[in-house]
Design a protein around this ligand. Structure first.
Ligand code: RIB
Ligand code: CA
Length: 303
């Protein structure tokens, strides 16, 4: 059983990661932290609470960082819609409300109170992780591992060279990759290979359940926004990090040091491989049919 903290900037693909983590019996979500990213913190928090409520999750949902460490904030709403989760409509929530304490304090407490037990899955800007490392450097060692969606070792998706999550807070990402923590990184080079075809979306549309209905509404928006921008089928970035925890043997990759360019200029926020001692597992491919079978299984098990 993988005990995880999910750090999200919900967003449409973050919602798939949340459904996957909520629905897989291999995973227990100890806490969810919403951070600013795709859209502002007020919206990512609202979206996260709505997905948590829909999937019947009872774990606490915390507020994380409201913006990057030093740079001016950037958003990715054009892929996720004005709300960050355009498409599904939600009733007034009954169970899920934001927990009163800071998400970063909660992350540190959970990790330090459960040494080598908790995996942190981060699928938005790395601000929360960086602040936690600054406040309590030992979490790098006390956490079981970190699974991160971010970076690109080829072309970017928000600039020619940078991927959104690292571009949204390059200084934070630099701190995290230099921490010496055990990290599995899902960069664009892997995540852009997993896309949702219209045929597969139609097969989901035939299935029942409220969570499945919300998933389909999210993916309709995601598909439309990718099509509008001539970017082909929507890419399943964030949920790959959760799928990896269900069976790491379904992911192939290699090890390298990773650094982030923080000098102003066209490469700002770009991730680069280095020969640093701090080796990161960089995912290169995943068993795609197996991934989709997990999504089907997870959604079938949710309300
Ligand atoms: O570049 C993809 C990442 O940026 C994903 O986490 C997506 O949700 C956006 O935040
Ligand atoms: Ca995200």
């Amino acid at each position: 059983m993988e005990r995880i903290i999910l750090d999200v900037d919900t967003g449409l693909d973050d919602a798939v990661a949340l459904f996957l983590a909520a629905g897989l019996k291999e995973i227990t979500i100890e806490a969810i932290i919403a951070t600013a990213g795709n859209v502002g913190l007020d919206k990512t928090l609202e979206n996260t609470l709505n997905i948590a409520e829909t999937s019947g999750l009872t774990c606490p949902v915390y507020a994380g960082s409201s913006g990057p460490l030093v740079r001016t904030p950037v958003e990715a709403g054009d892929f996720h819609g004005e709300s960050g989760l355009d498409g599904p409509l939600f009733e007034e929530r009954v169970r899920q409300h934001v927990a009163p304490t800071s998400g970063i304090d909660a992350m540190i407490a959970l990790v330090m109170d459960n040494p080598h037990e908790i995996t942190i899955v981060s699928v938005g800007p790395l601000t929360d992780l960086a602040v936690a490392f600054i406040r309590e450097p030992r979490i790098a060692e006390y956490a079981k591992r970190f699974v991160i969606m971010g970076g690109s070792f080829s072309r970017g998706n928000v600039t020619d060279e940078a991927e959104f999550n690292t571009y949204a807070d390059p200084e934070a990402a630099k701190i995290v990759f230099a921490s010496g923590a055990q990290i599995a990184l899902f960069s664009l080079d892997c995540t852009r290979t997993v896309t949702l075809s219209p045929q597969r979306l139609e097969s989901f549309r035939q299935r029942g359940g409220r969570s499945n209905e919300v998933f389909v509404a999210c993916m309709d928006t995601y598909t439309a926004n990718y099509t509008k921008r001539g970017q082909g089928e929507p890419q399943m970035h964030d949920p790959l990090c959760v799928a990896y925890l269900a069976d790491p043997s379904k992911v192939a990759g290699s090890y390298a040091g990773v650094d982030v360019i923080t000098e102003e200029g066209p490469s700002y926020g770009r991730t680069v491989k280095t020969d640093s001692e701090q080796k990161v597992f960089i995912a290169e491919s995943i068993d795609i049919p197996w991934f989709w079978s997990l999504v089907e299984r997870a959604l079938s098990s949710l309300p």
